[in-house]
Ligand binder design. Sequence first.
Ligand SMILES: [Zn+2]
Length: 507
Amino acid sequence: MAYLVLARKYRPQTFDEVVGQEHVVRTLKNAIKQGRLAHAFLFAGIRGIGKTTIARILAKAINCEEGPAENPCNQCAACVEITEGRAVDVQEIDAASNRGIDEIRELRENVKFRPARLRAKIYIIDEAHMLTREAFNALLKTLEEPPPHVHFILATTEPQKIPVTILSRCQRFDFKRLPLTKIVAHLQNICNREGVAIEDEALVLIAREAEGSVRDALSLLDQAISSGVRTQRDLLELFGLADHLLIEKLARAILDRDLGESFKLVDQAFAQGVDLSLLAQDLVEYFRNLLVIKTAKGQVLLDLPESELSSLRTLSLEAETEELLLIFQVLLAALGEIKRSPVPKLSLELAVARACEVGKIIPLEKLFQKLEELKGQTFLREDHPSAPAAPPQRPELSPASWNEIISFLKETYPSLGAFLETLALPSVEGNRLKIRAPEGSLLEEKLYRERLERTVQERLGCSLEIEFFSRQDSLPTKQKLLEKPIVQEALKIFGGRIVQVKTYEKE
Ligand SMILES: [Zn+2]
C-alpha cells in the first residue's frame, strides 16, 4: 500500500474526532439536531485548521442514511461515497484553480435539480475569495433563493475579499489557530498510533513551527518521521532552525549590550547551518514575547511551553519596557533587510549591533531615580545649552568654586547672581576673568562689575579683572560641549556619552 501522508490518514471522519474548533463543531451539531441548518456557510481561517475537513463531515452528517446525524455513521453508502470523494451530489470546487467560472455556471444550471442520490446537494467552494466577480454574481443569485435541498459551504483564508452581499447570506464561522499544547497532544497521539518514539521537545518544536495549523504540523511530522529524526537536536538541523536556547542567549547578550557575545552566537548559528532570516524572525518574536510578558503583569497571553515562559519572565524582569520596545522596533525594521540581503549574516550582525546600542539607552524611570538619589547634592546648573563656554585654562576657577560665587551673589545681590547663573563658566586668562555675556547685560554697569570683582576676590583670594565679551559662536560642536563643566558632570553622573547635539529654542 502506498504511503498515506499523516494528514490524510488521520483526517477526522466525525465531529468528535476534530481537533480544536470546538465552537464550530458545537454550533453545527446543535443545528443538525434541531434541523435548523443554514443554506450557506462561510468557514474562515488560516490554512490547515480543518475547514474542508469539517465541511466534508457536515456533508456526511446531512446525508448519512442513519441521519441527519450529529455524528455520521461512516458505514452507509452515502457516508462511504462522500468519504471517498465519489458522491455526485457533493461537489468540491477549487476556486483557486480556474477562478470557478465554469463550475459556477454549471452549478447555476444544476442547482435547481433535485439531488441524484443523496438527501441534499452540497457545494463546497474552497478558496472562495478567488472566485471572479461574475462567479460571485452567479452564486449570489442562487444564494438569494436557495433551493431547499442545497447547502453551500464557502471556505476561505481571506474572508475580507468576499463581497458583503455574499457574506450577508452566509452563516459565518471563524476557525481558530490551534493552541500549541493541543497540537502537541495531537502529535503525541499520532506518534503513539504510528509506533514512533519522538522526543516531546521535538514535537513542541514542530507544533511551534506549524503556527496553529494542524495540517502543517502533520506534514512536518511526516518529514521528521521519514528522515528518521527522533530528537529535537536532529530536528533543528533538519529544518535549519535555531534552538530556542540560542535565541534566548542572543536576546540576553543584546540586553547585556555584549556585542562580542552576540556576534559569537550569530557565528555559531551560521556554522550550524541555521537559516539566519528564520533566526532573525525568532529573535524579533522573542523580544515581542518579552514585551508581552513585561506588560501583561502576570496574565499569560502567550501560547508557549511553561519552561520557556519562565525563562521569558526572568529575562523580562531584567529589562525596561522602553528598552524592549526599542529593541523590538530595531530588529523588526531590519527583518526585511535581512531576508533580502545577499549576505544575511552581515545584515543580521548589523541589526544585532544596533539592538545592542539601544540597550545603552537609559530609561526615564532610571534617570528620575538617579536624580532622586542626587537630591541634596550640589551640582552645576546652566540654562544656556547653546552657548558654549571658552575652555577653562586655570584650575583656580573650578565649576564648584564658580558655583559658590554664584550662590553667594544670589543671596547678596540676587539679580546679579541669577544673571551669572545663566552664563557659561568663565575662563581665567592671566589676571583676567573672561565672561561671555550677551550685549547690554548687567555686567556693562560698573556697579555690578565691581560687586562681582569683589566677591571673586573674597572667594578665590586673588584679584581678577572682569572682562566680558559677546562673540557669537557657531553651534556647539561635540568637543565644545564636552568642555562644558555641566556636560562633564552629567556624563559622569549618568555614565553616558554625547551621541547627538541638538539646540532647543527657548520661548
Ligand atoms: Zn452514514
